[in-house]
Write a protein that binds this ligand. Structure first.
Ligand code: NAD
Length: 316
């Protein structure tokens, strides 16, 4: 019976589904005990991970039986794809399965940041009444959303935003201007500079690769409108955190929401501590109860299929 090791949290029903046909080791905190992880995975045919398990060339070199890596999410930057390719190991992301959770997070953050009125609970409970200070918030209707990256999450975010009367533009150099997707989605393709200069909400939906590292830094903040808000649910490192902190402190930018960081968790001396109009969440934009179920069942099904087809190819 093929062995599957699951190193981070997964929906229990999906784990039970896998147990029916495979030898399954499920420990949602195995990722935090690398020695135990290695001991369990050493004879495994499949590994199922989220984004914290580093599937490095070094780890792979100790797992001779490994044939499949299931990723409970979509970013593959924690998996050494050159090393998996060299060994012909199948890597399976949960493409699209958590897109709605991220898209809803983007819209929620945009509404909160533009309106600027939802962080007054402590003051109001204390008997203060900051009504004047909180009376100049903005509505989202008729604003422009600029999406950097127009893949599955960008496209879904566009639909939700349009339902609120937002006009949407996007920059994605991999989708040519004559691609019917632009007309079908009613989203206008624009240049990177035009998006920065004219958007009221800027949201990032690109992978972290060399070309997107510090894509938004000091120079880009100088182009963005001071009334705009920036949302990064993509990957840490795409926004330069020092430059963002400076832009918010000096009023060069109105607000920002970050779900992902260059170092997760943040280091003690992070430039983001105490910065105004900044919403911080611990890499949960894609994780809701529903998306966990969708992601887990998709990966359980696809990993099982991949292992069974490997077995039938080998005539086992
Ligand atoms: P996707 O692959 O469907 O889309 C990415 C898009 O980015 C593609 O259309 C690609 O052409 C475009 N792109 C690549 N390089 C670009 C560049 N330099 N400039 C502009 N566009 C560029 O991916 P997706 O499923 O939409 O996910 C987007 C990002 O969201 C990924 O980084 C993923 O890791 C991240 N993510 C985060 C969470 C979370 O919980 N915070 C959850 C899911 C996904």
């Amino acid at each position: 019976m093929a062995k599957i090791v699951i190193t981070e949290f997964m929906d229990e029903d999906a784990v039970a589904e896998l147990r029916r046909s495979f030898d399954v080791v499920y420990d949602p905190v195995l990722v935090d005990r690398p020695t135990d992880l290695l001991a369990q995975a050493i004879n495994a045919q499949a590994l199922i991970v989220r984004n914290r398990t580093q599937v490095s060339a070094e780890l792979l070199s100790h797992l001779p039986a490994l044939r499949v890596v299931g990723r409970l999410g979509v970013g593959l930057d924690n998996i050494d794809l050159n090393a998996t390719q060299a060994r012909n190991i199948t890597v399976i992301p949960a493409t699209g399965a958590n897109a709605l959770a991220v898209a809803e997070y983007v819209i929620t953050s945009a509404l909160i940041l533009l309106r600027g009125a939802f962080l007054s609970s402590a003051q109001v409970a204390q008997g203060l009444w900051p009504r004047t200070a909180l009376s100049s918030g903005l509505e989202i209707n008729s604003k422009q959303l600029g999406l950097i990256g127009f893949g599955s999450i960008g496209q879904l975010t566009a639909k939700l935003a349009q339902a609120l009367g937002v006009s949407v533009v996007a920059y994605d150099p991999n989708i040519p201007a004559d691609n019917p997707l632009w007309v079908e989605s009613n989203v206008q393709p624009v240049t990177f500079e035009s998006l920065l200069a004219n958007s009221d909400i800027i949201s990032l939906h690109v992978p972290l690769v060399d070309a997107t590292y510090h894509l938004i830094s000091e120079k880009e903040f100088s182009l963005i409108k001071s009334t705009a808000v920036l949302i990064n649910t993509a990957r840490g490192g795409i926004v330069d955190e020092n430059a963002l902190a400076e832009a918010l402190k000096t009023g060069q930018l109105t607000g920002a929401a970050l779900d992902v960081f260059e170092q997760e968790p943040l280091p003690a001396n992070s430039a983001l501590a105490g910065v105004p109009n900044l919403l911080l969440t611990p890499h949960i934009a894609g994780v809701s109860r529903e998306s966990n179920q969708r992601v887990s069942h998709l990966i359980a099904t696809k990993v099982a299929e991949a292992l069974l087809s490997e077995q039938s190819e080998q005539g086992l």
